[in-house]
Design a protein around this ligand. Structure first.
Ligand SMILES: Cc1cc2nc3c(=O)[nH]c(=O)nc-3n(C[C@H](O)[C@H](O)[C@H](O)COP(=O)(O)O)c2cc1C
Length: 440
């Protein structure tokens, strides 16, 4: 059978576009509407997606100020792990991957929750390990500051070790449940971790039996040196943000190239970049849909977004005028300087600049008919830039319906996507092996 691509459906309440909730094809109250998520999950199964994927943050406020923030839908919604547990009960095939932070959680409780989700869903759980980028999370967890990146990754590395150890607490056949003898489990098949390290002291064992997949699928999102090392050593899926195919290929080769050092084969890890996809029946229809969505971005949101990215104070600026210059020595990041250079080179107004960056949040942005979108996906897939994609519909449910009705059949007709679900677990679908316990 030819190799087929993997598909994640990146959940975001009303969709991924900044103005999604204002669009008539989105569900404006999606963030507190469980039925909406049930419909989305079932549509994704109809579209033969491998998994639902949820990001998460432990804070309501991004760095947007009040003007922009009061117009944003993503500030408050159902806690995604709880959501995944609910969705497990009303779906049958799709994987349930949720983000959780190694900086603001404890390994024992996280290991316990995700192993439980794996049981509840019959082997469809995955954990997206992040160290958390947003510093405001610190203030919700009794801290005065967010740890710096190197400390976060040190803790993250040890955190992953502890979680993986706890997931091996019980052998697959530990529970005999022999009513005649009255023996419930075989103590020889119980393993107490006894971890003591720099950040954690965890005795174990976990009070959840080894889960259907052996352990939940380990996903990682983090693109720095430390992030790529951690992924090469431990991750089974990487959620990447690569805004062009050249960057996609470079990231793919880089991360896969690191795996041999950890005794792993490149196939043990699937790289799935985010794809912000606007689909229409024709290229023109897709473009029109997108332009309409862009027109829904309120200037206050556009200005707040640009202030966040550039560090400039844009109070009182005319959105149809030019961006004020950034002093290169004071730029908050190299990306801020790049933005300002682009605006000047292309003679963009403030409005034109924020609409250009409002869509994919740094992910690859594609807009067109099913065959245009499938061409792009096929090219990434067949030329070493991706094993699959994390699809980000601009609005939900409308944009996901478009993808499933139009792009899914196109990919299937090219032999690039399954026509029925294979196997029983998320691992089976992703082509990942069931891990052997460290005690086997
Ligand atoms: C594609 C991608 C997705 C991410 N998703 C989340 C998320 O959902 N929640 C979160 O707290 N941090 C998220 N992060 C941030 C990471 O946790 C990480 O702390 C941050 O990116 C800095 O590390 P890095 O330089 O290795 O990327 C994400 C990062 C990337 C690159």
């Amino acid at each position: 059978m030819p190799k087929q691509m993997k598909l994640g459906m990146f959940l975001r309440p009303a969709g991924h576009h900044l103005a999604a909730w204002r669009h008539s094809q989105s569900q404006a109250d999606a963030g507190v509407n469980f039925r909406h998520f049930v419909d989305v999950a079932r549509t994704a199964e109809r579209g033969f997606f491998d998994m639902l994927f949820s990001a998460d943050s432990a804070t309501a406020t991004s760095v947007f100020d009040e003007r922009g923030l009061r117009r944003m839908a993503y500030v408050a919604w159902i806690e995604p792990f709880t959501l995944m547990a609910g969705l497990a009960a009303v779906t049958s095939h799709i994987g349930l991957v949720c983000t959780a932070s190694t900086t603001y959680e404890e390994p024992f409780s996280l290991a316990r929750r995700f192993a439980s989700l794996d049981h509840i869903s019959g082997g469809r759980a995955g954990w997206n390990l992040v160290t958390t980028g947003n510093h405001t999370a610190a203030y919700n967890f009794s801290r005065d500051s967010h740890p710096d990146k190197s400390d976060r990754y040190k803790r993250g590395r040890e955190f992953a070790d502890v979680v993986l150890g706890l997931w091996d607490s019980w052998d697959d056949d530990a529970f005999i449940r022999d009513r005649d003898s009255g023996i419930f489990f075989d103590p020889k098949k119980l393993h107490t971790l006894g971890h003591t390290g720099e950040n954690f002291k965890v005795l174990g064992p976990l009070n959840v039996a080894r889960s259907p997949q052996g352990r939940p699928v380990l996903v990682q999102a983090g693109a720095s040196e430390q992030g790529k090392e951690l992924a090469a050593e431990t991750a089974e899926v990487v959620f990447a943000a690569t805004p062009s195919i050249a960057e996609g290929r470079a990231f793919y080769t880089d991360v896969k190239g690191r795996m041999a050092r950890f005794g792993r084969s490149p196939d043990d890890l699937k790289i799935m970049p985010g794809f912000f996809v606007t689909v229409g029946r024709t290229d023109r229809e897709a473009r029109e849909k997108r332009e309409y969505l862009q027109s829904l971005i309120h200037p206050e949101v556009g200005l707040a977004l640009l202030e966040q990215r550039t560090g400039l104070d844009l109070t009182g600026c005319d959105v149809d005028g030019p961006l004020p210059p950034i002093n290169p020595n004071q730029a908050i990041s190299s990306r801020a300087s790049l933005l300002s250079d682009m605006a000047r080179r292309e003679n963009l107004t403030i409005r034109q600049l924020y609409t250009q960056i409002a869509g994919g949040r740094g992910h690859f942005d594609v807009c067109g008919s099913a065959s245009t979108v499938a061409d792009v996906m096929q090219n990434w897939f067949e030329t070493g830039a991706a094993d699959g994609f994390n699809i980000m519909p601009p609005v939900m449910p409308g944009g996901l319906d478009d993808f499933v009705d139009l792009v899914t059949p196109e990919l299937q007709s090219r032999g690039l996507l399954r026509t029925q679900y294979e196997g029983a677990t998320l691992r089976d679908r992703l082509g990942l092996r069931r891990p052997v316990s460290r005690y086997a």
